[in-house]
Design a protein around this ligand. Structure first.
Ligand code: BDR
Ligand code: CA
Length: 328
């Protein structure tokens, strides 16, 4: 039994902590998306059932490769299937992100041994969740096109998903694409609207929280590099373009929204405060395309989401550091 399997078994047997979470990660795989995949692939409390890929950060074929490279880096090649999904948003043109290079640190990794599956991501989401109603959490860390498509394929999909965790939006603060909008909601606002009105049990991790609590400075990144493990080397390669891009726009560190989202699912003890809010996504205006309204006045707008307001910032970093120590 590998060390990872032993830890998973210990987690499953119950040691007072939360149970193992069965999850599907829906990703536009580049840099921090890969770091979120590592949580699913390696954390003892995570059981990653599938990876579904959606148009977002970088060229779609590159995203698929990045997902396969990440599985390979985790030592789990061939164990978790990768399903290609929407290659464009529901109604908009594809809009790449500029913060991640090619999403794999512009580095030449060996060609991954694993290939992607033939089934469409949305169909895979519906099939896997339908076979395990109430059992599977979906972690959506890209534009919400695949999740919205799954809703359109099966209107009962939201009720069958255990919890949907979304990285996206700004809690009434400035976005990272426009002043109004964060990237994931900006890219496919129609999909985001479908998802937030579909009836999921949804938790949101925002760009606002990311900038405040999931920004790792050069000192922290040096601690990661100093681990000297294959995983820490993989991390540093992929993370460097984001660090350099951010410093160019006066953000002093690399940002970790997606890995924060995945980590909070398996480490809910890191959540210090959350609140129920009404969350709605603007899709009718070009000026405020993808703007996310967060309203905590429950008497005016009935809450439809839980929003993570505060986390244990140091605890998140240490938890990720620990993940990168995983023996392969
Ligand atoms: C989100 O946009 C993407 O660039 C990142 O992967 C993250 O999911 C942050 O706005
Ligand atoms: Ca992402």
């Amino acid at each position: 039994m590998s060390e990872r399997d032993a830890l998973s078994e210990e987690a499953a047997q119950g040691d007072g902590g939360p149970a193992t979470r069965r999850m599907i990660i829906d990703t536009d795989t580049a840099a921090d998306d890969s770091f979120a995949l590592l949580v699913g692939l390696l954390h003892p409390r995570a059981s990653l059932e599938a990876i579904t890929v959606v148009a977002g950060n970088v060229e779609f074929e590159q995203e698929l490769q990045n997902a396969l490279i990440t599985i390979e880096a985790s030592g789990r090649a061939g164990e978790v299937a990768v399903f290609p999904g929407a290659r464009v948003p529901l109604r908009r043109e594809w809009h790449p992100a500029s913060a991640h290079g090619d999403g794999k640190g512009n580095h030449d990794f060996p060609h991954p041994a694993q290939s992607v599956s033939e089934e469409h991501a949305a169909e895979a989401l519906v099939r896997i969740v339908d076979a395990n109603p109430g059992e599977i959490d979906v972690v959506a860390i890209g534009p919400l096109t695949n999740i919205a498509t799954a809703v359109l394929l099966d209107r009962d999909f939201p009720a069958k998903v255990r919890e949907l965790w979304v990285m996206g939006g700004c809690d009434n603060s400035v976005g990272n694409v426009t002043a109004a909008a964060e990237y994931n909601f900006y890219v496919d606002p129609e999909a985001a609207d479908i998802v937030f009105t579909a009836g999921f049990d949804v938790t949101v991790v925002t760009w606002t929280l990311t900038l405040a609590r999931a920004l790792w400075n050069r000192e922290q990144l040096a601690r990661i590099e100093a681990l000297g493990t294959p995983l820490s080397r993989f991390f540093t390669i992929l993370d460097t373009p984001n660090l350099e891009f951010n410093e160019g726009v006066s953000i002093y560190g690399s940002t970790h929204p997606d890995s924060l989202t995945a980590m909070l699912l398996v480490r809910p003890d890191l959540i210090e405060r959350s609140s129920r809010k009404f969350v709605a996504i603007e899709h009718g205006s070009e000026l405020t395309r993808g703007y996310s309204l967060f309203d905590d006045r429950a008497d005016r707008n009935a809450p439809n989401a839980r929003v993570i307001d505060e986390i244990d910032e140091a605890g998140f970093f240490e938890a990720y550091l620990e993940l990168l120590r995983t023996p392969l």
